[in-house]
Design a protein around this ligand. Structure first.
Ligand SMILES: Cc1cc2nc3c(=O)[nH]c(=O)nc-3n(C[C@H](O)[C@H](O)[C@H](O)COP(=O)(O)OP(=O)(O)OC[C@H]3O[C@@H](n4cnc5c(N)ncnc54)[C@H](O)[C@@H]3O)c2cc1C
Length: 324
């Protein structure tokens, strides 16, 4: 592969898209390999962990660590070895010519780069109620695997009617004393088998035609219930719960690569060997993807960090093989 520009000052060796735990881990490895990576932080600097509170399952922190502290440490570690962090959001990318061009949509020149690590994550879908947003990390969560343990012995609610909601509800019965699933219509979209399991479970109650209009507990900084509106009668009611999980899915941040990389039907980047994206089934040289943007199965900080490491090592290998 030959570069279409001769200017090495304006062409980066690597740019990392995203500053969550996958992007920052990639940045630590790339910086230690002296590649001076540029990290575009995006609209959510620090990624999903920056909006959570206690993380108890990241190895090396026996007492747990606050999500923002973990992210801040990763940033410091990356910067210490020469990573450059930039508050910028990628608007579009041109992967049809090499070096690749990244457009930040700010009237500035596009950034040129020989390699690209896409670590742009998948954003959890929220109801976007002010009370819900205020209580994220204080009894409101979108990650049952991460926060189920904190619901031990509590009566809780799960919002959603699809497979992710049923999966979360069933998983949460390991901890919670009672799980109420709240669905906005009277039709549950979950598969037959998931519905059967949920209906048969003695600790799960299914509520249909109800929407959450408020989460109670903002003043106390601890969820103490939800206000529900019946979508047929408009009648309001209160459900006392101590934890609310959102099970309404995630939106992968990969729209800017549509038509240039193979995406699955929900918009996640398809990869083989964990970090190699394709276009029409063929590898795209020098482009790697890591973390939640290519992983809809595990979605954990440690797996995101693991694939971030893999992507950075592949960047090193790629640049070496292409004479850098
Ligand atoms: C409430 C909550 C609690 C959680 N708790 C835990 C836990 O206890 N343990 C655990 O292991 N996991 C937990 N997780 C899951 C964990 O946070 C994710 O698996 C992890 O953050 C994924 O990292 P990532 O780097 O792939 O993506 P993200 O963290 O989603 O980061 C994506 C990054 O990409 C950037 N970006 C997006 N689009 C663009 C663009 N166009 N241009 C530039 N940048 C862009 C964003 O700004 C962001 O910085 C939790 C998640 C949530 C939501």
């Amino acid at each position: 592969m030959s570069d279409t520009t001769t200017s090495s000052t304006t062409t980066r060796d690597t740019v990392i898209l995203g500053s969550g735990c996958s992007g920052l881990t990639a940045a630590i490895y790339a910086a230690r390999a002296n590649l001076k990576p540029l990290v575009l932080e995006g609209h959510e600097p620090g990624g999903q962990l920056s909006i959570t509170t206690l993380v108890e399952n990241f190895p090396g922190w026996p007492q747990g660590v606050q999500g923002p502290e973990l992210i801040d440490n990763m940033k410091q570690q990356a910067v210490r070895f020469g990573a450059e962090l930039k508050m910028a959001h990628l608007v579009s990318a041109d992967l049809s010519k090499h070096p690749y061009e990244l457009n930040l949509g700010t009237g500035t020149e596009p950034i040129r780069t020989r390699t690209l690590i896409i670590a742009s994550g998948a954003s959890a879908r929220w109801l976007n109620l002010p009370s819900e947003q205020a209580l994220i990390g204080h009894g409101v969560s979108s990650c049952a695997t991460c926060d189920g343990f904190f619901a031990s012995g509590k009566e809780i609610a799960v919002v959603g009617g699809g497979d992710s909601a049923m999966e979360e509800a069933l998983f949460l019965t390991r901890f919670a004393s009672k799980v109420t699933v709240i669905n906005r219509t009277d039709h549950f979209r979950a598969s037959h088998i998931m519905m059967e399991r949920a209906v048969a479970h003695p600790n799960i109650t299914l509520l249909s035609s109800k929407v959450v209009v408020e989460v109670l507990g903002v003043e106390e900084k601890d969820v103490r219930g939800v206000v529900l509106r019946d979508t047929k009668t408009d009648k309001l009611s209160t459900l006392p719960v101590s934890f609310l999980f959102l099970g309404i899915g995630h939106t992968p941040n990969a729209r800017m690569f549509a038509g240039q990389l193979d995406l699955d039907p929900d918009g996640y980047i398809l990869t083989h060997g964990n970090v190699f994206p394709t276009h029409n089934g063929k590898e795209v040289p020098g482009v790697f993807a890591c973390g939640d943007i290519q992983d809809r199965r595990y979605r954990q900080a440690i797996t995101a960090a693991g694939t971030g490491c893999m992507a950075a090592l592949e960047v090193e290998k790629f640049l070496e093989e292409h004479g850098r």
